[in-house]
Design a protein around this ligand. Structure first.
Ligand code: HPA
Length: 287
């Protein structure tokens, strides 16, 4: 399992996707497509992509394959809300055993294919006591707990064709993209919370002490994805937008009857799909 890749590896994968999606070549060349990473259960959105070229991950050189229930494994190139999109149906996580380089491999492939705007979605546990399960949260900033522990995907020789050795992270989720998301939500009368996302490796959910710790550290939601992709995207000059579905309220006390489980996460995620779909479609229409 490679812990890092070279530019030629990303380009081999990008060339493969370019050949598969050749009927979209003219539109792909016009203006970079918009990259979409669809978290668990956003299959309906993936299915509404028009004139789709569907590329299974296992066919793409160097691509990892997805192992979690509810995470499909295909790249879809096509039209959505008037935009050319390149959508990952299913993503990779550290907890599956992939390296940070593998988790973010597809983002760099997208970059080589001209993607300069990236929309990330995920499921997250709510830490902010004002948030309820089933709400959407615009990620305005993050706490990279995994990166702080030495697993930043940018560790290793810097590939200058993507970006600089020490990328700035003062505005990781680009202000114009955030503004557009908030305006779209307001127009569509969708409640869109704003908050800081804490990234943990998982796969275990947080203990009550960890929940209280993260809340005190300034996090509003917690999850096991998105941050590596955002880092690699920002490093490569992409404008990144990220939206969490708060699928459950993180439990901050011992000795309650409450519990967190994957089924609850998936069920709430499913319930919110229509709202998230209208928000994402609205954002794409306005981009
Ligand atoms: N914790 C971590 N990741 C998650 C959660 C959670 O409570 N819910 C959905 N993803």
């Amino acid at each position: 399992m490679p812990s890092r890749f070279e530019l030629a590896d990303y380009d081999r994968a990008a060339d493969f996707v370019r050949v598969q999606a050749c009927r979209h070549a003219a539109r792909l060349a016009q203006r970079g497509p918009i990259g979409l990473v669809l978290g668990s259960g956003l299959n309906a959105l993936a299915q509404s992509i028009g004139d789709p070229v569907v590329i299974p991950y296992e066919s793409i050189p160097h691509f990892p394959t997805s192992t979690v229930t509810g995470h499909e494994g295909r790249l879809i190139v096509g039209a959505l809300a008037g935009q050319m999109v390149m959508a990952m149906q299913g993503r990779f996580h550290l907890y599956e055993g992939y390296s940070a380089a593998e988790v973010t491999f597809p983002i760099r492939v997208m970059r080589r294919l001209g993607v300069d705007r990236l929309i990330l979605t995920n499921a997250a546990g709510g830490l902010n006591p004002e948030f309820s399960a089933g709400e959407l949260m615009l990620i305005v900033d993050h706490l990279n707990m995994v990166g702080m522990a030495g697993h930043n995907p940018l560790i290793g020789p810097n590939i200058g064709s993507f970006g600089t050795r020490f990328p700035s992270m003062t505005d990781p989720y680009a202000a114009p993209m955030r503004r557009l998301a908030l305006e779209t939500a307001a127009e569509l009368k969708i409640t869109l919370r704003q908050g800081v996302y804490a990234y943990l490796a998982g796969p275990s959910f947080e203990t009550p002490a960890e929940v209280r710790f993260l809340r005190r550290a300034g996090a509003d939601a917690v999850g096991m994805s998105t941050v590596p992709e955002a880092l690699v995207g920002v490093h490569a000059g992409m404008q990144v937008l990220a939206i969490s579905t708060i699928t459950n309220v993180a439990i901050d006390r011992l000795d309650t009857d409450l519990d967190t489980d994957h089924e609850e996460v998936m069920e709430t995620g499913q319930r919110v799909v229509p709202i998230l779909t209208s928000l994402l479609t609205g954002i794409l229409e306005r981009l």
